[in-house]
Design a binder for this molecule. Structure first.
Ligand code: ZN
Length: 273
């Protein structure tokens, strides 16, 4: 996507709490408003987790449907749902919304990973089952990699003919227990990608801001949002997800990049219309 950059907003996540940032959107209306504000600020993709009314993460299909409908009433942002779910969800639970809702995009975790003291298990057979389900329902995968080995696992799936181009990766750095963020680590991950792959850099916690500059330097795309980071600056909470997207848009513009629109992403990533 020459001269353009794609910004994803991960507005809620599974683990962030209102205690960490009271502006965290949880209810369908809150998420829809956060999505609309993020889109107005330059986000083309919404990365979506959903919660129950009391804030617990859920992979419930009805809840996903309710939230997606609320988002659709407010904005045409591309919706990418999680299949990573939350710590403790089974692969079957995480996969259910793909067939039931046929979203435009969804995340596909490419390996087992520590999440602090918790962990999420993704074996190769699980990944193959996910890839088959994505293909059956024409859902574009964001291949989320938390470590170098995950990229090679995704390349095994590509070699087996289980994934369709164009390949879009999510390179997640700084999850405790996985690969820490550094410019060198990002370059190592980028060099391991298959030819012609696009990638979004997801820097968790304090790496959120430097990783945006680093994404631009390496020709990647940017993700921001409360799933990854709730601060605007050291010790200063972000007022909203949109505030983080606004800054990402400004950084991109200073680098002479235009922010891609949702429809440009649909065309470029060949999303199901
Ligand atoms: Zn997520």
């Amino acid at each position: 996507m020459d001269g353009k950059i794609v910004i994803t907003c991960a507005c809620t996540g599974a683990e962030t709490t209102k205690a960490q940032n009271p502006a965290l959107p949880i209810t369908p209306d809150e998420v829809a408003q956060a999505a609309a504000d993020a889109a107005a600020a330059g986000a083309a993709i919404l990365h979506l987790h959903v919660r129950t009314d009391d804030g617990k993460p859920t992979a419930d299909v009805a809840r996903f449907k309710e939230v997606i409908q609320a988002v659709r009433r407010k904005t045409d942002i591309v919706v990418e749902i999680t299949t990573g779910g939350a710590v403790g969800d089974t692969p079957e639970e995480r996969l259910k919304p793909i067939a039931a809702l046929e979203p435009e995009m969804a995340s596909l975790d490419c390996g087992t990973v520590n999440f602090g003291d918790d962990f999420i298990v993704n074996t190769l057979p699980t990944m193959r089952a996910f890839a088959a389900e994505f293909r059956a329902h024409k859902v574009r995968a964001t291949l989320e990699c938390f470590d170098l080995g995950h990229i090679y696992a995704s390349r095994m799936l590509i070699k087996e003919g289980l994934l369709d181009e164009p390949y879009h990766y999510g390179l997640v750095l700084n999850v405790p227990g996985a690969v820490p963020y550094s410019p060198e680590n990002l370059v190592t991950l980028v060099r391991a990608l298959p030819p012609h792959a696009d990638f979004t850099v997801m820097g968790v916690g304090r790496s959120c801001l430097p990783s945006q500059y680093d994404a631009i330097v390496n020709g990647g795309w940017i993700r921001v949002g409360f799933e990854d980071n709730v601060y605007y600056a050291k010790g200063v909470l972000a007022a909203s997800n949109a505030q983080l997207v606004e800054r990402a848009s400004r950084i991109a513009k200073e680098a002479q990049l235009e922010v891609a629109s949702p429809d440009e992403v649909r065309k470029y990533l060949k999303l199901r219309s």
